[in-house]
Design a protein around this ligand. Structure first.
Ligand SMILES: *Cc1c(COP(=O)(O)O)cnc(C)c1O
Length: 393
């Protein structure tokens, strides 16, 4: 970043929609579906895209613009669009770039709905895919075909916490001229910036750590201006617009992203260290534990280990069921990235639509529970997990 560019925390707080005549300090909420034109000539020029400016909130709105502008600064992207959810961002980023006959190469360990898009929806429109196991980088070269139009990865993956080597893949994508899209939901730009490794686009579920307080859905696509223009055309005409209210919440939330992520990460690392080797557990997975198979890679491409810890309980689903039902503080919910610690059992909930073989291929065993470590007092989080493990035996 050049010296003149604002630093992360400052950009997150001081990027702001232009002040109105009311001279407000915090940004107001622009609940308006459309905008008025000064004169007929301005309307013509706006629709001809000769000048830029707000027209209609499906295209843009001061609140969504502010959120996107901030995110572009934080991710190092040239341009971006905001979407109604993370899945709208994932879908629009792919659908805007592919056409019938194209092929997508993706990491096998993907968010459940992203997997459904690739396996159930894209084939309807003649778009095929190949999955690559994240640990084996040479398999990426082998999977590429002349008709491969994009690479799509998630790192660390949800919920297995498998990593993809962004440096390797960014260089491969650049050399072959194929856009690399990275779902950066689990890290946020505070911990990992895929564009610096050669990614063309970053997609986000802002619902998670960006909101960070479990209130609103939202998503975004940021990155290369030419590809974002394709995504903007797609979104403008298909309508997955982020609501101004959600954009207002999300932009405000980004102001505290750095301090929240620092605490999520330090709490998560402490939970992982505390329970590694516990007799009730087969395994504890966390990217910044030395026992993680890709620990060195995690240190290279992530600033900290993130807020998710995976516990694999001895005794499979029955043990997990007793563990979850014994929790007194932690919430049992499918969400993650909240101030509240949330425990999820992927096999029976978020990843239940996958086949047993598909789950096994990405390490989602019946004993696996995902813990989104929150911001409660660390001793209370550890105490609750400890007592629930004891009660589940
Ligand atoms: C939650 C999630 C999504 C989907 O985001 P929504 O906002 O729920 O649509 C996509 N990718 C990852 C990695 C996620 O965790």
């Amino acid at each position: 970043m050049p010296d003149s560019a604002p630093r992360f925390e400052t950009a997150a707080i001081r990027t702001q929609a232009p002040r109105s005549a009311a001279r407000e300090h915090a940004v107001p909420l622009f609940l308006t579906s459309s905008f008025v034109f000064d004169d007929a000539e301005q309307a013509r020029a706006l629709f001809a895209e000769e000048i830029s400016g707000a027209v209609y909130s499906r295209y843009s709105n001061p609140n969504t613009d502010e959120f996107v502008q901030k995110l572009c600064l934080l991710e190092g992207g040239q341009d971006g669009i905001a979407t109604a959810s993370g899945m709208a961002a994932v879908y629009a980023s792919m659908a805007a770039l592919v056409t019938s006959g194209d092929h997508i190469v993706a990491s096998r360990a993907l968010f459940g709905s992203t997997h459904q898009i690739l396996t159930r929806l894209m084939p309807r429109w003649g778009v095929s895919h190949t999955y690559v196991d994240t640990g084996d980088m040479s398999a990426w070269d082998a999977a590429l075909r002349p008709e491969t139009r994009l690479l799509f990865v998630e790192t660390p993956s949800n919920p297995g916490l498998d990593l993809v080597d962004l440096g390797y893949l960014g260089a491969l994508a650049t050399a072959r001229g194929i856009p690399l899209i990275v779902d950066n939901c689990f890290t946020t730009p505070y911990l990992q910036r895929p564009i610096a490794f050669g990614a063309s686009l970053v997609v986000h579920s802002a619902t998670k750590w960006m909101d960070g307080q479990g209130r609103v859905l939202g998503g975004a696509i940021v990155g290369d201006a030419t590809l974002v223009a394709e995504a903007r055309f797609f979104a403008r005409h298909t309508g997955p617009a982020l609501s101004p209210f959600n954009a207002w919440v999300l932009s405000k939330s980004l102001e505290t992203l750095a301090v929240r992520m620092d605490r999520h990460c330090s709490n998560a690392l402490a939970v992982a260290q505390r329970f590694e080797g516990h007799t009730a557990l087969e395994q504890v997975r966390y990217p910044f534990l030395a026992s993680h198979p890709q620990h060195a890679l995690a240190r290279r491409q992530m600033a900290q280990g993130g807020g998710i810890v995976v516990l694999v309980l001895r005794g499979g689903y029955d043990r997990c069921r007793r563990f979850i039902d014994a929790l007194q503080l932690c919430s049992h919910s499918p969400n993650l990235g909240d101030t509240r610690t949330i425990v999820t059992h992927p096999t029976s909930t978020t990843h239940s639509k996958l086949t047993e073989a598909e789950r096994q291929a990405v390490g989602i065993v019946p004993g696996l529970v995902r813990i989104s470590v929150g911001l409660e007092h660390l001793d209370d989080i550890i105490g609750d997990i400890e007592q629930a493990l004891a009660a589940s035996s």
